[in-house]
Design a protein around this ligand. Sequence first.
Ligand code: AHR
Length: 502
Amino acid sequence: MSQSETARITIDTTRVISEISPLLFSGFAEHLGRCIYEGIYEPASPHADENGLRADVLAALRELNFRSMRYPGGNFVSGYRWEDGIGPTDQRPRRRDMAWQSIETNQFGTDEFIRFCREIGTEPMLAVNLGTGAIHDAANLVEYCNAQAGSHYADLRAANGSASPYAVKYWCLGNEMDGPWQIGHLDAGEYAKKASEAAKLMRLQDDSIELVLCGSSSSKMPTYPEWDRISLETCWELVQYHSMHYYAENSADDTPSFLALSAELEDYVDTVAAVLRYVKAKRRSKHDVYLSWDEWNVWYKAREKSDLRGGWQAAPPLLEEVYNLEDALVVAQWLNVFLRKADVLKIACIAQIVNVIAPILTRADGILKQTIYYPLLMFSQMARGEALDLHVESPRYETEQFGDMPLLDVSAANDADAGAQSLFIVNRSLSEPTPLEIHWRDINPARVRMAQQLAGNDPKAFNSWEQPNRLTTRPIDAPEIADGVARLSLPPLSFTTLAIEL
Ligand code: AHR
């Protein structure tokens, strides 16, 4: 197929990949830079509500509708003493956070985080410190959050304002423990032993919790995928999820390859999923473990410019990546991958939510929605029901990194109960529109109810405080459906969503 040929998507609603887990649309907030302080929590701001939370940020987060929120790190958690962050705020210590070489004031801690989660209607997902922390610290935090009053830590929670337990269901067993940069880094065998003992003790506190084991912190790690095999072989029956992390970059300024990144992302999922199957078979287990991609995003510009150290300041501006159009198209594809791999991938947390490699930036006078805000919003609003296995015939193009690749990257969600179907289409072409036909094989849908698009002609264009709405999703003319076929032309460098009424 040459670039000018018509692409064709064939949809058959009986070809179901899996139910889409709502937790695929989750976030991550770390005590890092200005994510918590000046991002979520800023009592002195005119935008602050009665809890010191920024109402303008809360409104945007509610719109994004994150289903769960991972906290408090990240690298930060591996040196964090959670007891510093509870009790009267004027008695909480100012500590040196070694991970980001910043000052942690501890004005925001577990109780404030739970309040924040309730404000935005999201499920908390707490990471425990398996770096400097002992396994009893992890178990004590489970008691603090989940036990009925009547014992030391549960009584502390009650004294701090919440008689009822928080019922935190999702817990991460440390963070990126395979990374030499991690405080308290361990090798795979050591981590597996510590994680299994922590899991045992945490479960003795509350058997209903669900645990996420640390997988490799990237597919580029020298210990990948052995780390995953070793940690899973020891912890298989104790955990429900195994984590993946990945940050995409275009340091080589090779946009055609960058825009084809879903090839690498899918390969990463397939490899870790193969490790899951191997370990399950080796252990002759009936138990299943699913994937939690609990750190993912584009991150390279702010990594090169800043030295990732906060100079022992409180809330220094760190990792404040500015996102452009090509980044948003990569984020859209990543979300497509989540739907295409919905059978094994059940949790995904964008890293992070405010200021730090984030869809939202704050200033004293307001917030800015970056380009990546929009694909997140589209998926969060529209990806419901079951993911469909599509037949996509697309014109192709050449890339340095991945060879010959299709111009279109597509996913679909079908919600039969709601009579709704959604299509998510990225056109990777840099210069030419791509004509598209959509064919429905087993149904004749009523109409395309709404069509929206994020598009531009400059892959490096971004939203700024001066031009905040340069790149947003805009409504386009909804294509007609005649005899089970819809036709439209996709502009280059675009992300199009179609909301279809069945
Ligand atoms: O999200 C920023 C950092 O990236 C996290 O703290 C760490 O887990 C990862 O390396």
